[in-house]
Design a protein around this ligand. Structure first.
Ligand code: AVJ
Length: 319
């Protein structure tokens, strides 16, 4: 009798993506423990301006930010989707905690290791702070946030994570955000803004090779977890920026015609010479589009917090 393969979500999505024409892989799978570590390296390099911008926004405008989170020092829950190492959020956590505001921090991340180290870190840095980390896909974890809790929420979605979504995914995400928030709840969303293409391309194609390593880690992950036989030598990393749409796209492109076996899928995939595999969208926005997204999903845009170069915006919306 033929045995049906029991496939993990990664396996199912990989099968779907590599069977499609054109081929693609999903960017959420970049963040295994190795990929999360490489992304930390990306955030530490000067070319990746996004992190520095948000760092500046939080450092210089923490008083104004706290004022909009909590009117008169009222209590609230700070939920963060895709918290990572929390390096930027920590600036605010220290500030809010030191002001004596009663609040809890609920970080949600897809990497268990990243979550564990953030929790350990905060325990040492801010022993009095109540931290309740959750590990999982933030789409799913968001769903679990009850809509009937009486404590007001401020939900962070920083670092231009929203840039990874297609238009449809953005609408779905903001729709859910809207559904799982109550009137008066707030969201703070980080958007990378349109700017010089040279500046943008350098952030995603850096001289240190971190971006390249980050994209290639997806293939290594498939080799590790799905017993795939990808040879990184068979591909080149390429990224493009379209100044009209604001779409930065990452690709792996086959350098030679070849086959790659994936044991867990019991299948061989064929790659033509110069066939692209679409790996990631990192969309750049303009302020008009951001305002439109807010109103389209039932939010009122309260204030835009930008850095001194106007490279990046943390947009605060209220339900
Ligand atoms: C974590 C999604 C914000 O799109 O800028 C960095 C990921 N990809 N370099 C981004 C990423 C390549 C990053 N986000």
């Amino acid at each position: 009798m033929e045995q049906k393969l029991l496939l993990s979500q990664l396996a199912t999505d990989t099968l779907k993506g590599l069977s499609a024409n054109p081929k693609y892989l999903l960017s959420k799978y970049f963040y295994d423990d190795m990929g999360s570590a490489i992304f930390q390296d990306i955030m530490h390099m000067p070319e990746y301006y996004l992190t520095n911008c948000e760092h500046e926004i939080f450092s210089k405008q923490k008083n104004e930010l706290l004022k909009v989170f909590s009117n008169n020092g009222d209590t609230f829950n700070l939920v963060e989707l895709g918290s990572g190492d929390g390096s930027k959020t920590k600036i605010l956590l220290h500030h809010i905690f030191n002001k004596g505001v009663d609040f809890q921090y609920l970080p949600i991340d897809i990497s268990q290791k990243t979550n564990d180290s953030l929790a350990a870190n905060l325990k040492a840095e801010l022993p009095g702070l109540i931290v309740k980390p959750k590990t999982g896909d933030y789409f799913n974890e968001l769903q679990k946030l009850t809509s009937d809790d009486s404590i007001p929420k401020v939900i962070f979605f920083l670092g231009s994570n929203i840039g990874n979504f297609s238009n449809e995914e953005t609408a779905e995400f903001l729709g859910r955000l809207s559904a799982y928030t109550n009137s008066g709840d707030k969201v703070l969303i980080g958007f990378d803004l349109k700017k010089s293409p040279t500046v943008i391309l350098k952030a995603y194609n850096d001289p240190h090779g971190h971006s390249r390593r980050f994209i290639f880690n997806h293939l290594h992950r498939l080799n590790r977890e799905l017993d795939a036989a990808f040879d990184p030598q068979d591909f080149v990393h390429h990224c493009t920026y379209n100044p009209e749409s604001g779409e930065l796209k990452n690709y792996l492109i086959a350098k030679t015609e070849h086959n790659a076996q994936i044991d867990a899928l019991e299948q061989v995939f064929h790659f033509e010479k110069w066939e692209p595999v679409f790996m990631e969208l990192s969309r750049k926005f303009d302020l008009e589009t951001i305002g439109q997204l807010a109103t389209d999903h039932g939010f009122e845009q309260i204030r835009n917090f930008t850095d001194s170069r106007n490279y990046f915006v943390d947009s605060l919306w209220e339900r």
